[in-house]
Design a protein around this ligand. Structure first.
Ligand code: 8YV
Length: 316
């Protein structure tokens, strides 16, 4: 039987590529020198798109594939997929939730601890010889027992909260409605009020047009000069100019960021801003989790072409 034609938007690890190449006729979009010409040529054959959370599928890409039936995303976030086109044409979309929750929450907590306890600067202090030359580095701040705010209590936000409980933190969260299984945590729907009540504000929101720049100058002002911001979600949830201004003027104490507008080419102001911890969008970046994400991304494609329900469909 002829293998279904699948457009692959970006590279995957070899452990996903080999089974993908065996099961489907793969067309490698990212390798094409002239992407428009490539799409014009292969687009009419394409029945599915295999993409990544960071690459998505644009309106033009979807339009170039008139027989497209489904899009399988390697990643929990699907904000980079042009959903209106999918809705209009009945194209289904799958993502890879759950399998990455623990890793992203682990990194969020690691980022908080590294930033507040100044792990990076303290190591630089040792390596530079400052410890011997100048003595101990400046004192840091205590994390245990502080107040955490979690903006967005989905799977990842809740996993961050469970970890922070181990640090005896007083936890508040925002969500569209109170979560029954988070009853020991305080529900504060408004982002400004949540920031006001938090020493550390975690952003764990899926990015949608409604959440764009939800962390703005007012929220940062409410977080205040002792407050820190941790973002493991999407850069679009933060007004980066307001954040850079707040960092540079000491309006907030610090920020730990795994995501950036235009990544991997971030605004150079981030490289010199004070008290900032920068990470290369690798919340899900462990071998175990990337293997599980790849398998789920492939299993969704397989289910689709077997006429079975998607394992993890995106609600459209
Ligand atoms: C990326 C992510 O997809 O799951 C998400 O939404 O942002 C990440 O896991 C990952 O970097 C693969 O591209």
């Amino acid at each position: 039987m002829a293998k279904p034609h699948v457009l692959q938007v970006g590279p995957y690890p070899e452990w996903d590529q080999t089974p993908l190449d065996a099961a489907f006729t793969i067309h490698r979009w990212w390798e094409a020198a002239d992407k428009d010409a490539f799409l014009a040529k292969v687009g009419p054959d394409i029945r599915a798109i295999a993409t990544r959370g960071d690459l998505g599928a644009s309106e033009a890409m979807i339009a170039a594939c008139p027989r497209l039936e489904m899009i399988s995303v390697f990643g929990v976030g699907y904000d980079s997929v042009h959903l209106p086109s999918c809705r209009a044409r009945g194209i289904t979309v799958s993502n890879t939730p759950d399998v990455l929750t623990d890793d992203v929450a682990d990194l969020a907590v690691a980022m908080l601890l590294s930033l507040v306890r100044q792990v990076g600067p303290a190591e630089a202090w040792v390596r530079s010889g400052d410890w011997a030359a100048k003595g101990v580095p400046p004192l840091t701040r205590k994390v245990t027992g502080t107040r955490a705010g979690i903006l967005g209590l989905g799977r990842i936000g809740a996993a961050i909260g469970r970890r922070l409980q181990g640090f005896g933190m007083d936890i508040s969260y925002s969500a569209r409605s109170p979560k029954p299984d988070a009853e020991v945590w305080t529900y504060i729907p408004d982002a400004v009020a949540l920031a006001e009540r938090s020493d550390h504000l975690f952003i764990a929101l899926a990015a949608t047009p409604e959440t764009r720049h939800i962390v703005n100058a007012r929220v940062l002002q409410a977080l205040g000069p002792e407050g820190t911001l941790i973002n493991i979600s999407r850069a679009a949830n933060v007004d980066e100019t307001a954040l850079l201004d707040a960092l540079e003027t000491g309006q907030i104490a610090g920020a730990a960021l795994d995501v950036f507008e235009g990544e991997p080419n971030l605004n150079p102001r981030f490289l010199t801003a004070p008290n900032i911890l920068l990470q290369p969008h690798h919340g899900s970046g462990t071998i175990e989790t990337r293997k599980a994400m790849g398998k789920l991304m492939r299993d969704n494609l397989t289910a689709h072409f077997a006429g079975q329900p998607l394992l993890t469909p995106v609600p459209l």
